[in-house]
Design a binder for this molecule. Structure first.
Ligand SMILES: Cc1cc2nc3c(=O)[nH]c(=O)nc-3n(C[C@H](O)[C@H](O)[C@H](O)COP(=O)(O)OP(=O)(O)OC[C@H]3O[C@@H](n4cnc5c(N)ncnc54)[C@H](O)[C@@H]3O)c2cc1C
Length: 478
């Protein structure tokens, strides 16, 4: 969709047909920018030069799967790296894969699965690019066990706006600063990572229904030294004693007694086109839209909790790695159910000792404000060394809130109040999910030393301050 841009002077050199309206995944943050889709490093250099000549700032963008405003920038040049998607080398003996930064998580597993390797860390969707995933340093349902994606990378090429192209490894400080820097220090153009050896394309999944937070925490603690993956769904409508009710899925890699397990064939991983063999997946979001309001979601959450308690408790099933990992990809365009206002995701990360108190308070606060999240997802993490890290030795709760014109001021207020509770508990936040943080919140959890280091790096590697985003401006990072 194209739109007009106000300042016509620098735009003289930039063709108007490049103007596109781009949005964050939650569809609440959108901005018009000049879209460029380079296919190699030389083209990125040319675009950076063009940005300097035309006095435009630059925003990096992968698959646009960050929920808020980290991948958009008003009147900026947008460098979308998704066409740089070549696998440069795949070594099926060592499991090392060397790729351009536009390769997606899907591109990784489709390349390596048949040889018995799976991406070591994946998000809840398979569409993010490696560049975007490392820009944010994503975590998966195995975060408590293996850490974040950056922990799995052995080498990285980064093109900095000052013209330097550097190859970084985990022995360089800069490696930990570029990964997680939300695209504000340099352009990741290539990454080499260690894939995870698997002996089956299936995982064994155990479902455990929980009546409250205590049962949730007990279950995570019971399995954390043994399980490969853990994730829990939280019913944010559960009140009083039912605050924190939901269902945990604990999963273990499978082991098949075949030289070439049939489940490793990519086609055995493909998600079905229909739900229950009947309803085409492409229309499912329209049904979701009918229920996508507070009474509807109260009912859906209640029904899901009771079904999991009565039918699914302590049941074990075999599931494909793709089916288990990318549940949200089952329903194409599910986010359209949130139209016209879109939605935000609010994810906070809280140290173990305070997590139960903070998350039960957050649920109570939403209920008091009559702004319950329609979906809550609960995970366990371990800390990492990355500059803008969101990780803690503790738990996270991700909450999807529907946005409407009417509720937006109240929703922002609720988020700001929840921030206070998180910050007092020594918690952190995640730029990939953020839409409502304020500069003071970020200063508080990242600390002055980290922000000073970032500014020094910015002055050295991006002296003209080319790299930006609407998130960076909102949070006064630049
Ligand atoms: C349904 C769904 C489920 C998700 N589940 C999870 C989850 O389980 N765990 C999790 O951690 N995240 C999760 N996410 C968030 C998602 O994984 C991250 O936002 C990820 O960064 C998206 O990658 P992208 O390629 O779409 O990047 P974009 O969103 O386009 O960009 C992300 C950031 O990286 C920067 N960037 C882009 N390309 C580069 C580059 N080449 N070099 C340097 N910086 C760059 C951008 O400027 C931006 O700041 C989920 C998102 C969705 C929509």
């Amino acid at each position: 969709m194209s739109a007009t841009i106000s300042n016509p002077i620098p735009a003289l050199k930039l063709p108007p047909e490049r103007i596109h309206r781009l949005e964050g995944y939650g569809m609440r943050s959108a901005a018009d920018g000049y879209l460029f889709r380079p296919t190699n490093v030389a083209e990125i250099r040319q675009i950076l030069n063009l940005a300097q000549e035309t006095h435009r700032k630059v925003v990096l963008r992968g698959a646009g799967r960050s929920y808020g405003d980290a991948n958009v920038g008003s009147e900026c040049i947008i460098v979308d790296i998704s066409r740089m998607n070549r696998i440069l080398n795949w070594d099926a003996k060592t499991g090392l894969i060397d790729c351009e930064a536009g390769v997606t998580i899907e591109g990784l597993w489709r390349t390596t699965m048949e040889d018995g390797f799976w991406p070591p860390v994946v998000s809840g969707t398979m569409f993010p690019t490696l560049g975007g995933a490392l820009g944010m340093n994503i975590h998966g349902k195995n975060s408590f066990k293996v850490g974040t994606l950056g922990d799995q990378v052995v080498e990285l090429d980064v093109l900095f706006p000052n013209g330097e192209l550097q190859t970084l490894s985990p022995s360089d400080d800069l490696f930990y600063q570029v990964i997680s820097s939300a695209g504000l220090l340099g352009i990741i153009t290539r990454a080499k990572l260690q894939m995870k050896r698997v002996h089956s394309g299936d995982v064994k999944v155990l479902a455990v229904s929980c009546d409250d937070w205590q049962q949730q925490f007990d279950c995570f603690e019971k399995y954390e030294h043994d399980a490969d993956y853990m994730v829990s769904w939280i019913d944010c409508f559960g009140r009083g004693k039912a605050n924190g009710r939901g269902q945990i899925h604990v999963a273990w890699y499978g082991n098949e007694a075949y030289d070439i397990p049939p489940t490793l064939k990519p086609e055995s991983q493909d998600l079905p086109d229909t739900i229950l063999g009947l309803v085409p997946k492409s229309v499912v979001w329209r049904f979701l839209k009918i229920l996508n309001n507070r009474p509807g979601m109260r009912f859906v959450n209640y029904a899901k909790h009771n079904a999991s308690k009565i039918l699914g408790n302590h049941k074990e099933i075999q599931q494909s790695l793709v089916g288990f990992s990318f549940l949200l990809d089952y329903v194409p365009n599910w986010r359209n159910a949130y139209l016209p206002g879109g939605f935000i995701q609010y994810q906070s990360f809280v140290p173990r000792e305070h997590a139960k108190a903070v998350f039960s308070k957050q649920i109570q606060m939403q209920q008091d404000a009559k702004l319950q999240a329609f979906l809550g997802v609960f995970k366990l993490h371990k800390p990492d060394k990355f500059m803008f890290s969101h990780a803690v030795n503790g738990y996270s709760l991700a909450l999807d809130f529907k946005v409407t014109k009417r509720n937006w001021p109240r929703l922002q207020k609720l988020c700001h109040e929840m921030n206070e509770v998180v910050l007092q508990a020594g918690g952190r936040f995640y730029f990939a999910k953020d839409s409502t943080l304020r500069p003071s919140d970020v200063r508080s959890y990242l600390g002055d030393d980290t922000l000073k280091t970032f500014k020094e790096l910015k002055a050295r590697f991006d002296p003209e301050g080319l790299l930006t985003s609407n998130l960076a401006k909102r949070l006064e990072l630049i």
